[in-house]
Each structure stands twice: as C-alpha cells, then as structure tokens.
Design a protein around this ligand. Structure first.
Ligand code: GLN
Length: 623
C-alpha cells in the first residue's frame, strides 16, 4: 500500500469531540434527528454532522448509474459541475468507490486505468483527473473515498474503544461515516471556500452489492438535509439493437426502478444512447420513472467530450438542476458569460479543420490500453488543439523493441514519449527508443521512468558505463546511476514508501525547461521511489546532459535535457527533455502542459521544416 504523506488524522477521539445533539438538532432542524438525539441515537457515540456545519448552506447533486457501467458518469458529472462552476458557484466533486483498496496505488492500470495522483499525494481513480481537467481545480484526498477507507476508519475507532460498548453496524455507523465525509467535504469546499454544491458520483451501478451502503447513506442524507438540498440524477442507457433498428426503453426503465427500490426518487434522468433519444422513448421513461418529461434528457454520444457542457446548457439541464436545488438566485451571469466564452474558444479550435498532422509514439507496457495512459492522451490532445494540428498517438509495445528493430518500429513517428512505469519488463526496449531518439534527433519527452531510462542510456552509451542501470531492475548493479538513496529517504521522511504528490522544481535559467515553463519555479506531481544517484551527476553533466530542474534544497534531479547548441554528435539535440515528475497530471484544456506543447511544436517542426511553427507561448501554461 502506498500511503500519501498527508494522511487522515489518526486521533481516534477526534470525531467524538463536540457532539451535542441539541446542536445537531439546531443545525439540521430535523424533527426526526431531534427525536433520535433524545433516544437511541444519543448512545451511538458518533456524529455524521461535523462541527460548524449549517444545514441549508450546501447543496448536493448525486449522480447514479443504472443498467450498466461505462456510461461516462464521470464525464457527465464533471461537465455538469463545470457548468455550475461557470455560474460562479463553488463546486467540489466526490468519487465514492466500492472497492476495498484504501487507495488506487495498488491497482493495476491494465485493469483499472491509470493511477491519478493529486497534489497532496493521494493516489486515486482516473476520474479525479477528469474532474480536475473539467473544473480546472486541484482536488485533494477529501474528494475520493473507497469502501476500504471507510471500513478501516471505523475498525480503527472500534479498536480504540470509541464506540463505548455499542455494537458497530452498517447502519448507522458505516452510513454515518459516509454522511460525515460528505458534509466535511461541503465545509472544505474547493479548499478556499465552502462548497455551494457537492457533486457526488457513486462508482458502479445501482443494484451492485458493494456500493449499496453509499446509496443508503445518500438516501439518508437527502432525508436529513430536507427538501431542495439534494438532486438525484439517474443516468440510464437506451439500447438500440441493430436487428430492431429502433430504440428500446425497457432496460432503462428497469434500471431506474432499482434506484426507486432503494428509496430514492430521481429528480433528473439522463438517457445515454448512441443516437438522440426519440420523443416516444423519453415519454416512456418519464411515465415509468415519475420524472416530468422536461427533466428527462437525451445524453447521446457527441464527437468530443468537450462539446458536452454546451450540449447540456442548450438542453436546459443546468437550469433544471438549479430549480431542483433552488439556486437560481445565486447565479453570476457575467461570470458565466466570461467562462463560457473562454471554453467556447477552445471548442471552436477543436472544431476548426486542421491542415497539418503529426504522429507521437508512446512506448509502454500497457500500450494496448488507452485508459492506462489517459492523462498523456489528454495532454497530447490539448496541445494539438492549441497548435492547431491533428495528432495521432501510436502505441508501441516496449517489450517488443530491440536495438535491431527500433528504427523500423519508430519510423513513422515525429516524436516519442516514454511514459512512467514500474518493474523491469520492457525497460531495455525503452532504452533502445531513447538511444534512437538521441542519435537521430527525434523529439523526445521522458516521463518519470522515461527520465530514468534517459539517464541510463546516456550513461551506457555516452559515458561508456556499460553496466549502468537502476537498482529497481538490477539490485546488485555495479553502476547504479538510478537508485533508491537512503539519505534522501531520511530527508523526505517517507520511509519505504514512494515520493508522492506536488513538489517544487527549481528551474535553471536559460535552459529549454526555462523557455517552456517561462519561470524558475514550477510545481509538479511525483510518484517514484528511485532517482539519479548524485555520485554520477558531475560525469553526466561533463558529457553534455543538463539537469535543468532540481529540488530547491536536496540533490534530487527533476528535469534533464540535451542542449540544441552542443556540437558533440549524439549530444546536441533539438528537443530532448525528461521530467522525474508526471507532467501529464497537471495539463488542463485551457492551460496545456508546457512540456507537451514543446514536444508537439518540435514534432511539427521536424515534420514540416519549411513552415514556421508558432512559438510556444507562456501565456497559456499551467502555473
Ligand atoms: N519505477 C520508477 C520509480 O519508482 C519510476 C516510477 C514511475 O515511472 N512512476 O522510481
């Protein structure tokens, strides 16, 4: 298990402090809560209402999936949250996962998609990346809960005797903990202001065994918070069997019935479908779900996810949500116009025809699975849109690459990305890619492991250290240019765990990195255990490698590059850069990541030597 450095408080008595049921009654105004306060619940030894919480101050939008997984709940919820944020409201999302892992750090990206890392070091589901990109907002551990976290918190408390002799139960203790987290997040909001609206996405599908306690907790939340506080949105799926050639609504009706069986009447239905939903299908859905027709929306497939917010706005979905939670009078129209215009300028670029195109090779172990590299895919897409060129990601399986076949495998690529990774499989193939790019002046971007293999390749083939390697792949390596350094572990106080989350990178002036970031201090997100051994830095630099980004205090190398001006063959290079961090985690559509912008601009230059490629401008970059 990889724990982040910023963990929950472990003080088992903390949640007991300040529980005053009269206060709870005042805060919630709920007669039922008041009655419970005087009877059985007063002995429950916990509160699902954090100190300072005011009922009515925060609203909640809950997105539930029915019929099947893979409906795009995350994209739906994040687009909707963005629309509300554009209106000047403070929004914050919460992803509730049903699995028992404490975080996503131990999940295999091949099965589950990439592990996304937040600035505070939380390793979470890739959906949090979707929210960060849509909202252009940094999230924290509070925005992500797993069943494992909830149970482990409760079991810890139980072992500390905190339940005062009471038997610990799914209801009220587990559901209570879910409600406490939700309300706690509402108070925390976006980190600077309390939330006007919390968007809650329940992982999985209604009817799944593992998320049922979340759904019960949300039902209770709606009851306790009272009318106009919680808007339930059920996403469902309209099938269109090719043999019938028409849309059928029965599966969708049955799916929504599962929500109603759980005691929840949805306020809004979003009908996912391939084609726009026919009026008769929407009428049937309305009739059999008790939801007025004007609140049943066709959420059919669009050409791009970036069109979804505007499509929602045009269909009036945002207005209906505001009506359900009675927030119309809090909308800032000027703010909405400004935000919408910025977003639409990106959408217009996305739609404009592009006369140029480039191919970017991505070498990795999980090359056949797009979700494993979702954020890289997005960063390339954003940079391509800003540079107005078509981009194609070419997935190259690194385990199949050798020195002999590398030229053939990469021949159609205008630039190469070697992404992050763990374990030795495919590493020699990645090293062969680096060598090919370095010698043939192919634009190169190394990410985390891609940074480490660039050091190994340079040490082997330029410094002549034939056995250079990382102790991750060869623990007894005699020339361990990449290793796990005990002193640095002490400095970072991370023990055996990984270096996770946001860190400052001090950038050397007048380097490629400086030109790209446009500043000397950039915050980037890390997820690694190994790093460049400082013993080799002087020799690497003497041979031409520049460590243009470092930790501000410790000898941790964070960006490397080869300078264009170096006259030595195999050293001077038009664009060769790598980061020990994960630049793809901080790219946003309207603020594309500088390293990706640089890579694509260099690829364009290589593919179209005669045209003038727009210089990458700092004005758009991520701060
Ligand atoms: N396996 C390497 C390390 O732990 C690189 C990690 C990564 O690419 N995220 O340092």
């Amino acid at each position: 298990m990889h724990r982040s450095s910023d963990q929950r408080s472990s003080d088992p008595t903390e949640f007991r402090k300040g529980i005053d049921w009269n206060e709870v009654e005042k805060a919630t105004g709920s007669d039922l809560l008041a009655a419970q306060a005087n009877s059985s619940l007063s002995t429950e030894a916990f509160s699902s209402v954090p100190d300072g919480y005011r009922r009515g101050r925060h609203k909640y939008v809950v997105v539930l999936g029915t019929v099947m997984s893979g409906l795009g709940k995350g994209i739906f919820a994040s687009s909707l949250a963005k629309l509300l944020k554009d209106k000047g409201l403070v929004v914050t999302p919460l992803k509730l996962e049903g699995y028992l892992n404490i975080d996503a750090g131990t999940l295999n990206p091949y099965r589950h998609g990439e592990v996304f890392v937040l600035d505070d070091g939380t390793e979470c589901d890739m959906d949090l990346g979707t929210y960060e990109r849509a909202l252009d907002q940094n999230l924290s551990r509070r925005n992500f809960a797993t069943a494992g976290q909830i149970y482990s918190e409760i079991l810890d408390r139980e072992r500390h005797g905190a339940y005062l002799g009471r038997d610990v139960q799914m209801i009220p203790h587990v559901t209570g903990e879910v409600k406490r987290r939700i309300r706690d997040l509402a108070l925390y909001g976006d980190g600077s202001k309390p939330a006007d609206v919390v968007f809650i996405e329940v992982g999985g599908t209604v009817g799944d065994y593992e998320n049922s306690f979340y759904i019960e907790a949300l039902r209770e939340l709606a009851f306790e918070e009272g009318p106009e506080a919680v808007c339930f949105v059920a996403l469902t799926y309209i099938v269109e069997p090719p043999a019938l050639g028409e849309q059928k609504s029965k599966a969708a009706q049955l799916g929504v019935k599962r929500v109603m069986e759980a005691g929840i009447q949805p306020h809004i239905i979003g009908c996912r479908s391939t084609n726009p939903c026919s009026p008769s299908v929407l009428e049937k859905i309305a009739m059999f779900t008790n939801v007025p027709l004007k609140r049943c929306f066709s959420m059919h497939d669009r050409k791009s996810v970036y069109f979804i917010p505007e499509a929602m706005r045009e269909s009036g979905l945002d207005r209906e949500i505001l009506s359900v939670i009675n927030l119309h009078d809090r909308v800032d129209l000027a703010h909405e116009d400004r935000s919408r215009e910025r977003w639409m300028s990106y959408v217009r670029k996305l739609e404009a025809p592009r006369s140029r195109g480039i191919r970017i090779g991505l070498t990795g172990k999980y090359a056949s699975v797009r979700d494993a590299y979702a954020s890289i895919d997005k960063c390339v897409e954003h940079a391509g849109t800003h540079l107005e060129c078509e981009t194609e990601l070419v997935w190259i399986e690194s385990t199949e690459i050798t020195d002999d076949n590398v030229a053939g495998k990469l021949k159609d690529c205008d630039a190469i990305i070697v992404p992050g990774g763990f374990g030795g499989r495919g590493v020699e193939g990645k090293i062969a890619c680096v060598k090919h790019c370095r010698i043939n002046q192919v634009p190169y971007l190394g990410i985390c492991l891609g940074f480490q293999v660039a050091v190994i390749e340079f040490a082997r083939n330029v410094l002549g250290l034939k056995d250079a390697n990382s102790t991750e792949f060869d623990p007894d390596c005699p020339q361990a240019v990449i290793s796990e350094l005990p002193e640095q572990k002490k400095i970072e106080k991370l023990g055996g765990t990984m270096r996770l989350g946001g860190q400052q990178v001090l950038i050397q002036p007048e380097t490629l990195a400086h030109q790209l970031f446009g500043k000397t201090l950039a915050r980037q997100r890390f997820r690694h255990r190994y790093e460049v051994d400082p013993l080799y830095i002087e020799r690497l630099e003497a041979c031409g490698m520049i460590f243009s980004g470092r930790h501000p205090e410790h000898p941790i190398m964070q960006i490397l590059e080869l300078p264009p001006s170096d006259p030595r063959p195999g050293v001077g290079h038009p664009f060769f850069i790598a980061g020990q961090f994960h630049p793809e985690l901080t790219g946003r559509p309207l603020r594309p990541q500088p390293l990706f912008m640089g890579l694509l601009a260099a690829a364009l230059q290589r593919r179209y030597p005669k045209i003038e490629v727009p210089k990458w401008s700092r004005t758009l970059s991520v701060s």
